[in-house]
Design a protein around this ligand. Structure first.
Ligand SMILES: NC(=O)c1ccc[n+]([C@@H]2O[C@H](COP(=O)([O-])OP(=O)(O)OC[C@H]3O[C@@H](n4cnc5c(N)ncnc54)[C@H](OP(=O)(O)O)[C@@H]3O)[C@@H](O)[C@H]2O)c1
Length: 269
């Protein structure tokens, strides 16, 4: 059975995908910082490991352990990530750097760590987690959206570079999904001291997005899409996993930028 390494397996999509793959008999390496949150996966048969994707040594040690124990890595599900909301002006630079370190450089660290083994095998599948906001960016989530735009660009380039080596690259694009994600994103937003000028916009965004998450689906459809991407003989390049993720980029293309801005801002009043 195939060996799969999952980052961000202590919650949300990562944990549910791990459960589904374990039930199907995959060999699963589940990685995250909160090891105690993966004990349930361990009891289901997962190999759990502490990994901070912002720490190159931690990433390299984890990947080396998988290779040492299994002599291969068939699939990397690059899923660790978080949202950090706030206006472009008011999110502190250290927080922006931290967000890029997890969402973009963390993903890159994992890819650089697994590729030598996948090239040696002449096979492998890398599944990167982007978002609907990798295509559509709005006020108050611009820094987060920019990290997911980066994931899309990175994945397009990587897909071309490794195509002839037997390695496939897939992008997962969820919309708003109820996991621990919104709690983390709102905690970062609420910790910021926004300039007076932005306060009405931020309050409207907070209400709009809070309402959206209270009605959002759970992680099931996204986890199913990831399993499909892992099992498919010929996976799609991109999987938009929720209705909003399927519709929003198409709707955006129908309108001019100015009209789209107007529509978004009218929702944040
Ligand atoms: N839920 C949504 O609405 C949504 C929509 C689009 C895209 N996404 C993306 O989907 C992915 C998973 O999100 P989710 O919804 O499942 O969120 P979640 O429930 O908050 O899970 C996030 C996971 O990422 C891990 N993580 C965060 N920082 C890390 C770090 N420095 N090193 C290692 N692991 C780290 C967390 O583990 P530890 O804290 O234990 O390390 C956790 O397991 C993220 O990339 C997110 O951006 C989510």
């Amino acid at each position: 059975m195939q060996t799969v390494l999952i980052t961000g397996a202590s919650a949300g999509f990562g944990k549910l995908v791990a459960e589904k793959l374990l039930a199907k008999g995959f060999t699963v390496y589940a990685a995250a910082r909160r090891v105690e949150k993966m004990r349930d996966l361990e009891s289901l048969g997962a190999h759990i490991m502490h990994m901070d994707v912002t720490d190159t040594e931690s990433v390299n040690t984890g990947v080396a352990k998988v290779i040492e124990e299994q002599q291969r890595i068939d699939v990397l599900f690059n899923n660790a990530g978080y949202g950090s909301y706030g206006t472009i002006e008011d999110v502190p630079l250290e927080e922006i750097q931290r967000q890029y370190d997890v969402n973009v450089f963390g993903m890159g660290r994992l890819v650089q760590a697994v590729l030598p083994q996948m090239r040696k095998q002449g096979s492998g599948r890398i599944i990167n987690t982007a978002s609907v906001v990798g295509h559509v960016s709005t006020a108050v989530l611009g820094w987060y959206a920019s990290t997911k735009h980066a994931v899309e660009a990175f994945s397009d380039a990587l897909r071309m570079e490794v195509k002839s080596l037997g390695i496939e690259v897939v992008v997962i694009e969820p919309g708003a999904v109820k996991t621990e994600f919104d709690e983390v994103a709102f905690a970062t937003l609420d910790s910021l001291d926004h300039a007076e000028d932005y306060k009405p916009l931020v309050a409207a965004f907070r209400k709009f997005t809070g309402d959206l998450y209270s009605k959002s689906p759970g992680p099931e459809s996204t986890a199913n899409a990831v399993v499909k991407a892992i099992e498919a003989k010929k996976p799609k390049t991109r999987y938009a996993t929720t209705l909003d993720a399927k519709l929003l980029p198409r709707v955006k293309r129908l309108f001019s930028d100015k009209l789209f801005d107007k529509i978004v801002l009218s929702q944040m009043k």
